[in-house]
Design a protein around this ligand. Structure first.
Ligand SMILES: Nc1ncnc2c1ncn2[C@@H]1O[C@H](COP(=O)(O)OP(=O)(O)O)[C@@H](O)[C@H]1O
Ligand SMILES: [Mg+2]
Length: 481
């Protein structure tokens, strides 16, 4: 939202009594809320209070109360308020020097208020505006390390910030960066598609936040982080990722000006390379985790997705299917080290994850269980290289179900390479494995089963690793041998 469209927002006046707080001033007005500086009259200290106030849907009465501007926006308002509370709950979990501290949430005036520690200082954006580009590499590195530390905490709880930019990095006492404004934060598992379009900050958001079909993950925050630091050292952001994307598609040229070239001689190659790495348009070629970035910064060791000059891994699309009573989402998390993305398909939620298997990058697509799979599988199985099938051994007719699944799968993707995992909470037993072999061999209609079959405990990442290796071996008979 542009500055002018937030100009008219009617804010709470100075001196307004809000619970035990008195409003002192307005710190910021955004599309979804107003941030105030206030005084806690009981503890006698300054606080920052963020009020949920979606500019387009809310209006303020003279007594300070908030009403929905039009009846048809009521549902959106409720939904937004609910998310605002969720944001506060997310933030309240964090106790980290580089993440703003949220202490309290209360409902009043038909809206919600989030009370934060007040920090003396200003935003990183204001610092760059005042000082110009930061020329001292040591200072830039300290800043970057600190923001990364905060971000690592966020990602470790499976959240994304989703709106990192110079204006959302607050500089405590002008020195220590603190991540604020998690307006976009939410659990990245099981999201609904329509939430996505709310957040795209030109110049800082990655392309996958612009298109609904994009895949978001920690790498999306890294893009924004890269853009933020690019701005810090060059004085301007790297350009709108949507424009970059379109130009690349139309002309084959990404108009991005490489940090390595632009900053040559003024900053270390390591710092510049890490920016280029984070700012890749293709999310698959960005760092996957804070750990990878830190590793690169300290030891110049690239991560799985390759540092600047490495050849990217071959990508494969791998399907994950299984008995309906198995928690495949959890399996997906175990296979990918936890970074799952929710997606919404025509027939319900999908799980997507990415993992590295030897020299390959696998994009795992969790297929929905029956009864939708007949409709959904054909669409999802396009261009798949293989599938992992998991069968719950502890059900009445596991063999029957496995047979059924294979018939369905091969009906739409003939002879798609498979690896089969027989899930048994007790761990593996030779006996049950033999039973499967026996019965699989008798599958009729000329299904020749050459799929490796393993017994495993579904929640054991090591077991799942073996299953992956099994499929890898089928897909790469020569290299694997
Ligand atoms: N805890 C805080 N302490 C001091 N100032 C804050 C704090 N949180 C936010 N601010 C100030 O308020 C401004 C707006 O807050 P922010 O959470 O980014 O909301 P939005 O960008 O949606 O308006 C920030 O740019 C910052 O200057
Ligand atoms: Mg902000």
């Amino acid at each position: 939202m542009s500055e002018s469209s937030t100009d008219n927002i009617k804010t709470l006046p100075q001196g307004y009594r809000l619970a035990e707080y008195s409003i002192d001033s307005v710190l910021g007005k955004g599309a979804f809320g107003v941030t105030y500086q206030a005084h806690d009259n009981q503890l006698n200290r300054k606080v920052a209070i963020k009020e949920f106030f979606p500019a387009k849907s809310a209006s303020r009465r003279d007594d300070g109360g908030v009403t929905v501007s039009e009846p048809k926006r009521a549902e959106f308002y409720r939904w937004g308020l609910d998310r605002f509370l969720t944001e506060a709950q997310v933030l309240a979990q964090f106790k980290h020097a580089n993440i703003v501290r949220v202490n309290r949430f209360f409902s009043l005036n038909n809206t919600g208020y989030m009370v934060m520690d007040y920090e003396e200082g200003c935003t990183l954006g204001e610092i760059i505006q005042g000082e110009g580009p930061l020329t001292d590499e040591g200072r830039v590195r300290d800043l970057l390390d600190a923001v990364l530390a905060g971000l690592e905490e966020v990602h470790s709880k499976k959240y994304l910030h989703r709106d990192i930019k110079p204006g959302n990095v607050y500089m405590r006492d002008g020195r220590q960066p603190v991540l604020i404004d998690f307006g976009a934060a939410r659990l990245d598992i099981g999201v609904e598609g329509h939430e996505k379009k709310l957040i795209f900050t030109p110049n800082y958001s990655p392309p996958e936040q612009a298109s609904r079909g994009g895949i978001e993950g920690p790498w999306s925050d890294f893009y924004s982080l890269g853009a933020t630091f690019y701005r810090c050292i060059f004085g301007e952001p790297p350009g709108n990722s949507r424009t970059r994307y379109n130009r690349l598609k139309e002309t084959g040229q990404d108009p991005y000006q490489s940090a390595v070239i632009r900053g040559e001689g003024r900053y270390s190659d390591t710092l510049l390379e890490v920016l280029d790495w984070m700012l890749r348009l293709d999310w698959r070629r960005r760092p996957r985790s804070v750990g990878q970035i830190v590793n690169f910064l300290t030891h110049q060791i690239g991560g799985e997705s390759g540092q600047p000059d490495q050849i990217p891994a071959r990508s494969k699309k791998i399907l994950l299917a299984g008995s309906r009573d198995l928690d495949l989402q959890k399996t997906l998390a175990n296979l990918s080290g936890g970074a799952i993305l929710g997606g919404v398909g025509k027939h319900g939620p999908l799980g997507l994850a990415s993992t590295r298997v030897r020299d390959e990058r696998w994009h795992l697509f969790r297929l929905p269980p029956a009864p939708n799979f007949r409709v959904v599988w054909p669409a999802l199985s396009v261009a798949a290289s293989g599938a992992l099938l998991l069968i719950n051994d502890a059900q009445t007719d596991p063999i029957g179900e496995l047979r059924q699944m294979m018939r369905e799968l091969w009906g739409i993707a003939p002879r798609l390479p498979l690896a089969i995992g027989v899930c048994n909470t007790e761990g593996s037993s030779e006996q049950s494995l033999a039973r499967y072999w026996e019965l699989l061999r008798s599958v009729e209609e000329g299904f020749e089963i050459s799929a490796p079959l393993f017994t495993l405990a579904q929640s054991n990442p090591e077991h799942l690793g073996v299953l992956q290796e099994g499929l890898y071996t089928v897909l790469n008979p020569v290299t694997a041998a």
